[in-house]
Write a protein that binds this ligand. Structure first.
Ligand code: PGA
Length: 261
């Protein structure tokens, strides 16, 4: 299905592409990932979980069916994790990635990296991930969703943001995320790559879908860089593509300095 998009310039390195449908948005994200892996088969992809990227991952699995060896060297890094949850917990980022990415794309253990949400010492676990990223990085492509509060990964709005992997106190908004709605002891903390880790990625693709993201997308387009809206830091990166669907953009894309391309 063809879903023609409109492209807008948000800043020097930041463009927004609006699709009529979630499917169109997801297809474009899949094409960007697939295209990158074709040009660099051992790409390091940092991947998020949540509702938004699920269709993109399904389309990547279909892409692999058509070209079975395509993802044989790709490396995957988990963006974040809920503290206290492991692969056995339905709501964990680990179980989501296993189900939607690692198994469908045939990514073996040696090519997968990420936080252990159940590590006995969470601070030490973050230091381990920081050291790991020093070795395996930089991230070639960081795919992101956005929280309704503007968080990226679990970098929550705050007076100060962190550069590298760290433990965070979750906002009530994040604690209300559908992923952990049925977890018995809903996590109070999370582990996440830092804003610097994200901004050091060579390329960033931000996915924004659904009408519940309309307000935060509007804020992203209308405000400058502020720690109270972590996603606004994407304005500082030289290569960001935001992909959204019409339900997130609303009928008109507005912002202080937004122009069509
Ligand atoms: P969502 O989550 O894709 O489920 O909306 C994104 C987020 O909260 O970061």
């Amino acid at each position: 299905m063809n879903d023609p998009s409109t492209r807008y310039r948000i800043g020097p390195g930041f463009q927004l592409e609006v699709f009529e449908t979630y499917e169109g948005m997801s297809r474009k994200a899949m094409e960007i990932v697939s295209g990158l892996v074709r040009s660099k088969p051992d790409s390091l992809l940092c991947l998020p979980t949540g509702n938004t990227p699920t269709r993109t991952y399904e389309l990547l699995a279909i892409d692999r069916n058509e070209d079975p060896a395509l993802y044989d060297r790709v490396r995957i890094l988990k963006l974040d994790e809920w503290a206290g949850l492991s692969a056995n917990d339905e709501g964990s980022c680990e179980s989501y990635l296993q189900k939607h990415v690692l198994v469908p794309l045939g990514v073996d253990e040696g090519r997968y990296f990420g936080f252990d949400g159940n590590a006995p010492d969470l601070e030490a676990e973050c230091r381990r991930v920081t050291g790991l990223l020093d070795k395996i990085g930089p991230i070639d492509l960081c795919l992101l969703g956005i929280g309704v509060n503007g968080h990226l990964g679990l970098n929550e709005p705050a007076e100060v943001l962190s550069d590298t992997a760290h433990v965070v106190e979750l906002s009530e908004t994040s604690r209300g995320h559908a992923m952990i709605a049925s977890v018995k002891d809903r996590p109070r903390r999370g582990l996440t790559l830092g804003m610097g880790d994200i901004l050091r990625a060579r390329k960033i693709v931000l996915l924004i879908s659904g009408k519940e993201k309309r307000i935060i997308l509007r804020r992203l387009l209308e405000t400058g860089v502020t720690t109270m809206l972590p996603a606004s830091f994407l304005r500082l990166h030289p290569d960001v593509t935001a992909l959204c669907d019409r339900s997130a953009s609303g009928p008109h894309v507005r912002g202080n300095d937004v122009g069509t391309m």
